[in-house]
Structure formats: structure tokens, C-alpha cells
Write a protein that binds this ligand. Structure first.
Ligand SMILES: Cc1cc2nc3c(=O)[nH]c(=O)nc-3n(C[C@H](O)[C@H](O)[C@H](O)COP(=O)(O)OP(=O)(O)OC[C@H]3O[C@@H](n4cnc5c(N)ncnc54)[C@H](O)[C@@H]3O)c2cc1C
Length: 259
């Protein structure tokens, strides 16, 4: 069984850097790390291959500056190989452009299953996996809290507000997993050393047969007009009970139109 995991490499949340004043986007010149959200997909893929008793885990990432640090972390966890798409033409690529690039890179591996996180930790539009599935014509199952592969089908417990739904779909399929779905393993020293020589295929937009004008700033369907600081949280109102606290709370909630 071949599982491809989409892994995003992101600025370290402990040191997210600055915004470029001109493009109003995050400066991504620094070392990028494996998005913690994607460590769950990597772990889930490794466990599924272990359970199947055969197969491999391949990673796909789109990142600037030929960045592989986050990929090496996932390779150290146990993935076998990776494809990195890095190209100056990708600067300014929006979520749909990212999905086009990932879909083209994934196709080359002919996977049985594609895993992604429900949403990334930096952009968190939570839209890329579903768009990749649509572009590849694959069934898309979202919010997976557990996955089992049986008889050529994926059996997924899909997290809902009330509990979970049992969903089944034929393979190949794309499943996005929630954080906490499994406990990601720490890379061992042996794994870290082995990861250094695992193959990472670095490709450009042209290698994938994608028209550079359909991605990047040129192909983006969105424009960042301005960026504002988030307003500081205001102090709340303390209601002391003088016999009428319940009425004042109800009036307050009524004013907020939550009743
Ligand atoms: C204005 C702007 C400028 C950008 N500039 C660049 C740039 O210069 N270079 C560049 O590489 N990207 C660039 N991007 C792309 C951006 O970083 C995101 O990859 C993309 O918009 C996906 O959005 P998201 O993080 O909200 O995805 P979500 O839908 O929240 O992600 C869900 C899951 O999809 C998968 N996924 C998403 N993105 C990737 C990825 N890149 N690689 C692998 N898996 C992924 C992961 O599993 C992720 O957890 C830019 C985006 C914008 C809007």
C-alpha cells in the first residue's frame, strides 16, 4: 500500500518572523519546520503501512527556498521518500494554486491513499485537501479521527460535534485527519541519521507540467489589501449579585443576540 502524506513546512510558531511590508505576506526566509498538524498524518500513514505489513509512505510538500528541514523531520519519523516543489514562480500562490501543485506532485506517486491535516497551523484556510481531492477526482473524507483499510476501502470515523460518523469509501481516496488522531512518534537518533540520505525529489512548476501563470501572484484569485493588528482583548464586565444578577446576565446575552 502506498500512502502519500501532504506535509506543510511552516515558520517556527515560537519565532514566526515578520510581514513583508510590500506583499503583506509572512517572510519565509528562515528555516521552516514540519507543521505539527501534519505530524499526525505522517504517524497515521506509518501505522497503516505497519498494519498492512507492506507498502511505503511518501511525502509531498510545497515550500519556498528549497526548504527540506521539515521534510527531514518526517523522514526521520519513518517516511521513505519525499517530493518537494519549490520554485520562485510560486511566490504568492493562494490555496487553490497550492492544491494544483500538490495534486500534480501526488499524481506522480500513484498512491492508494492520500493523507493531509484538516488545517495548517499558519494559513489554516482548511481548504487545500478538499481541493486536491476534487482536482484528482478522489473521494474526500474530512475530520478523520481513525482510519482502517479493509478490502480495498477506507473505513473512517469522522469527528462530528455530537460524536462521530462511520464513513466508508473506495481507494484511492484523500482523507484529512484531525489533531490528536494518533500520538506522533519522536524521531529516534537512528531515524535522524537515516533521514539524511533518504531521497527528496526536488521539482519545479515546469517539471510538473503546470503553467507558471496559473500559480503565484499571477494566478492568485485573491489580493491582500491590508493587514491590521488584532485588537487587544477588552476587560470583561463583572456582574455582582445584588439579587438581580440573573436578569442582568439575560439582558446582556439578549443584547448580544445569543438568546
Ligand atoms: C499571499 C500568499 C503568498 C504565498 N506565498 C507562498 C510562497 O512564496 N511559497 C509557497 O510555497 N507557498 C506560498 N503560499 C501558499 C501558502 O503558504 C499555503 O501553502 C497555501 O495557501 C495553503 O493554505 P493553508 O495553509 O491555509 O492550507 P490548509 O487548507 O489549512 O492546509 C490543510 C493541509 O493541507 C496540506 N497543505 C497545505 N499547504 C501545503 C503545502 N504548501 N505543502 C504541503 N501540504 C500542504 C497540509 O496537510 C495542511 O495541513 C502563499 C499563500 C498566500 C495566500
Amino acid at each position: 500500500m502506498k500512502v502519500v502524506v501532504c506535509v506543510k513546512q511552516i515558520p517556527d510558531p515560537a519565532d514566526p518572523g515578520a510581514l513583508d511590508p510590500e506583499s503583506k505576506t509572512l517572510v519565509r526566509d528562515q528555516k521552516l519546520i514540519l507543521d505539527e498538524s501534519d505530524s499526525y498524518g505522517v504517524e497515521m500513514a506509518l501505522q497503516l503501512v505497519d498494519t498492512a505489513g507492506e507498502g511505503s509512505v511518501h511525502l509531498v510538500s510545497m515550500a519556498p527556498n528549497n526548504e527540506v528541514s521539515g521534510l527531514r523531520t518526517a523522514l526521520a519519523m519513518g517516511a521513505e521518500s519525499a517530493t518537494l516543489v519549490s520554485d520562485d514562480a510560486l511566490k504568492g500562490t493562494d490555496a487553490l494554486g497550492t492544491a494544483k501543485v500538490l495534486a500534480a506532485a501526488i499524481t506522480r506517486s500513484e498512491p492508494d491513499l492520500v493523507l493531509a491535516a484538516t488545517e495548517s497551523s499558519d494559513g489554516y484556510t482548511g481548504t487545500v485537501p478538499e481541493m486536491v481531492a476534487e482536482l484528482l477526482g478522489l473521494p474526500s473524507v474530512t475530520f478523520a479521527k481513525s482510519i482502517a483499510i479493509e478490502g480495498g476501502a477506507a473505513k473512517v470515523q469522522r469527528q462530528t460535534e455530537a460524536g462521530y460518523d462511520d464513513v466508508e469509501c473506495p481507494l484511492p481516496a484523500l482523507v484529512s485527519v484531525t489533531a490528536g488522531v494518533v500520538e506522533p512518534r519522536y524521531p529516534s537518533f537512528k531515524g535522524i541519521m537515516a533521514a539524511k540520505s533518504k531521497p527528496v525529489d526536488e521539482v519545479t512548476v515546469g517539471d510538473l507540467g503546470i503553467d507558471a501563470g496559473s500559480v503565484g501572484w499571477a494566478g492568485g484569485g485573491q489580493e491582500i489589501v491590508s493587514v491590521e493588528e488584532a485588537p487587544a482583548r477588552e476587560a470583561g464586565e463583572v456582574i455582582e449579585d445584588e439579587g438581580d444578577a440573573h436578569e442582568r446576565i439575560v439582558a446582556f446575552l439578549d443584547e448580544l443576540k445569543v438568546l
